[in-house]
Design a protein around this ligand. Structure first.
Ligand SMILES: Cc1cc2nc3c(=O)[nH]c(=O)nc-3n(C[C@H](O)[C@H](O)[C@H](O)COP(=O)(O)OP(=O)(O)OC[C@H]3O[C@@H](n4cnc5c(N)ncnc54)[C@H](O)[C@@H]3O)c2cc1C
Length: 376
């Protein structure tokens, strides 16, 4: 049985571990802390237009896999089905499909697209709310969320008949915030005047007609997802590796050594810690190559720093690049280690908070885990 070490406890590491275990590998996942996965707003974006990505974005991690759209779609079907089953077992049911997109409002009433959402969010799909009367629950003691302005925004921006409905939860701490609602039973409005009820995120036991709004960080949706995927994760901060002949032998965290036959690096981007910013973006663990639109950032001089101010979204596209088997490249464009694979937001060439926010981690995690288990 081959041994696989996955470095990263976010959605990419989780999908890698799932796939490697399916191939019969003995998998250990290590993570030092929650990363960007724990902050996601509650609507997973998988991919908006697969063919357009393949045609127009040569450095996108999905294009770099060198697979045609039919094969990619099949892999996404399998990976997402496995993910949905696994999360459901952990008590987190996801609704939707990667081929369909819905629009969901956040706590300020602004709409955000999503392919997959928690079942508790699904009832708030904006098109499905048209023609309904929506009560937006406000909590008197909570200071950082205003149900009246959310209801106003739902009306003005999306044409939904929404109105605020204030409740009181007297045992909340003084100067309570939305995060203090986490894990509490959903209060019911005093009068039933609506056929849909929008709740700020975090409550449990919603009534049948209730749904949760999307969050801004810190996000209850992200926290629930992080808890669902963190069960078998070992807490460890990997700081160095033992290597020999372009292979990794073990990873070290303090006094602990994790030996494996293959390794998956799913260490996230700036929030996870997989890429360190500064004058020059670097991959801190193995000094792998960091690329921006196909060019090593080390050769870009100050151009990338200027971009930080001119176009931060473009600047944030910098990250690792891989060959077709998800082996990360070194600064010279060569495969760095034969038994190292990489997945998720640590990969460059796409906007990780954009339309592939979850699609890249899920798909590359799934494929990297499988490749690592087979060492292909
Ligand atoms: C604020 C915010 C909101 C977002 N909202 C959405 C959204 O609503 N929809 C959407 O589709 N996408 C969203 N995204 C994007 C999406 O959340 C991320 O792209 C995705 O979660 C990245 O997953 P990941 O597993 O690659 O990385 P992460 O979740 O960042 O995980 C990286 C992991 O690696 C670990 N790690 C790093 N270095 C080491 C080390 N040396 N040793 C041990 N462990 C290490 C970290 O501790 C962490 O566990 C959002 C992103 C942000 C930042």
């Amino acid at each position: 049985m081959s041994k696989v070490l996955v470095i990263g406890g976010g959605i990419a590491g989780y999908c890698a571990a799932m796939a490697a275990r399916r191939e019969g590998a003995d998998v250990t996942v290590v993570a030092r802390a929650p990363g960007a996965t724990a902050l996601y707003a509650g609507a997973m974006e998988v991919i908006d237009d697969l063919d357009a990505v393949l045609k127009r974005q040569p450095h996108h991690p999905i294009t770099r896999l060198g697979l045609d759209s039919v094969r990619l779609a099949t892999e996404l079907d399998t990976a997402i089905h496995a993910l949905q089953l696994a999360l459901e077992k952990e008590g987190l049911k996801l609704a939707g499909a990667w081929r369909t997109v819905g629009l969901y409002a956040d706590i300020h009433g602004l709409a955000r697209p999503g392919n997959l959402v928690p079942a508790s969010v699904a009832g708030g799909e904006l098109h499905a709310l048209s023609g309904k009367r929506v009560a937006v629950i406000g909590v008197k003691e909570v200071g950082d969320y205003d149900a009246a302005s959310t209801a106003q925004a739902l009306k003005e921006l999306h044409g939904i008949e929404a109105f605020p409905e204030e409740v009181s939860i007297p045992d909340l701490p003084e100067a309570a915030s939305v995060t203090d609602l986490y894990g509490r039973r959903a209060p019911l409005p005093s009068r039933i005047r609506s056929n849909a009820i929008a709740y700020p995120p975090g409550f449990t036991n919603l009534p049948q007609e209730g749904f949760e709004l999307l969050a801004s960080p810190p996000s209850p949706h992200g926290w629930r997802l992080q808890q669902a995927i963190a069960h078998s994760t070992v807490r460890a901060d990997i700081s160095s590796f033992e290597t020999a002949h372009r292979r990794l032998i073990s990873a070290k965290s303090g006094e602990r050594t994790f030996r494996a036959d293959a390794f998956v690096l799913a260490s996230g981007r700036h929030i996870g810690g997989g890429i360190a910013g500064g004058r020059l973006a670097v991959e801190p663990l193995l000094k792998l190559g960091v690329f921006h639109d196909g060019s090593p950032v080390a050769h870009m001089g100050t151009r990338l720093q200027h971009m930080q101010y001119l176009d931060p979204a473009a600047e944030l596209r910098g990250g690792l690049a891989t060959d077709r088997s998800l082996h990360p490249l070194d600064g010279g464009g060569q495969v760095a280690f034969e038994n190292l694979y990489t997945a998720g937001a640590v990969l460059g060439g796409y906007d990780y908070s954009g339309p592939c926010g979850f699609g890249v981690p899920i798909l590359t995690g799934w494929l990297a885990g499988r490749l690592a288990a087979k060492q292909q």
